[in-house]
Write a protein that binds this ligand. Structure first.
Ligand code: FMN
Length: 222
């Protein structure tokens, strides 16, 4: 790496027509991404997962602290442990902890406490956020951790879709069991559990819609 404090940077200038074409093509590509909850057990090369994680690691972060760790699990024994612990929490969530209005919101997704996909998917990417670093025995807090890790996960999900794979953004809360099972240090907090793989044969996804541009965007002042 260069020791210069600042280095040159440039991007390829693209004609506006091409920008228009690329932006709509990318939208058409990315809007086909869906979360799936039934995976096939078909294997994927570790190298592909590593490239996907490199992409996530290219995300911007507050003061470039890169406050994330992606723990990849492909060991069936650990996957089983994670599934059992997740189902234990989710059973309590669905049976007593989730308020009725949240259960109503979840109804269209047909989800329950069973999480077979945690064992079926060939890979689990467990995303941890790093709240602080220990520097010379002192706690050095990271800033904008949620924002940074959220953006990195956006990159991650996009890279998964680009590689022709599927994922689910899963939050079997509380998620501290992941810290224990995966033996992570105290400064890391579980953020998301993301199974990655191919869809199971005949997979179906909820029939949802997206808000229109008018609903999600405003120019200038109201
Ligand atoms: C932060 C976050 C947490 C989520 N947690 C869960 C979850 O625990 N279980 C689940 O089945 N889906 C979960 N989802 C998936 C959402 O239900 C899904 O993204 C949403 O319905 C839109 O569908 P799509 O991803 O197919 O576009 C989560 C998504 C996000 C972004």
């Amino acid at each position: 790496m260069s020791t210069e404090k600042f280095i040159n940077y440039s991007i390829d200038k693209i004609p506006q027509e091409e920008q228009s074409k690329r932006s709509i093509e990318f939208y058409n590509f990315l809007k086909r991404r869906r979360s799936i909850r039934n995976f096939s057990n078909e294997l994927i090369d570790r190298k592909i997962i590593e490239n996907i994680i490199l992409t996530a690691g290219a995300a911007p972060s507050g003061a470039n602290k890169q406050p994330w760790k992606f723990v990849v699990v492909d060991d069936p024994i650990i996957k089983k442990e994670i599934r059992e612990a997740a189902e234990k929490e989710e059973k309590r969530n669905y049976e007593s902890r989730f308020p009725d209005d949240w259960k109503e919101e979840l109804e269209p997704f047909g989800t329950d406490w069973h999480k077979d996909f945690i064992e079926t998917a060939p890979f689990l990417i467990i995303v941890f956020k790093i709240d602080y670093e220990m520097v010379e025995g002192k706690i050095k807090k990271n800033y904008y951790v949620n924002e940074s890790v959220g953006i990195a996960v956006g990159f991650l999900l996009t890279a998964i879709h680009q590689a022709g794979l599927c994922a689910l953004t899963h939050t079997p809360s509380p998620m501290n069991f992941l810290q224990k099972i995966l033996n992570r240090p105290k400064n890391e907090t579980p953020f998301l559990l993301i199974p990655v793989g191919y869809p199971a044969d005949g997979v179906k996804v909820p029939n949802i819609s997206r808000k229109s541009l008018n609903e999600i965007m405003n120019y200038n002042r109201e």
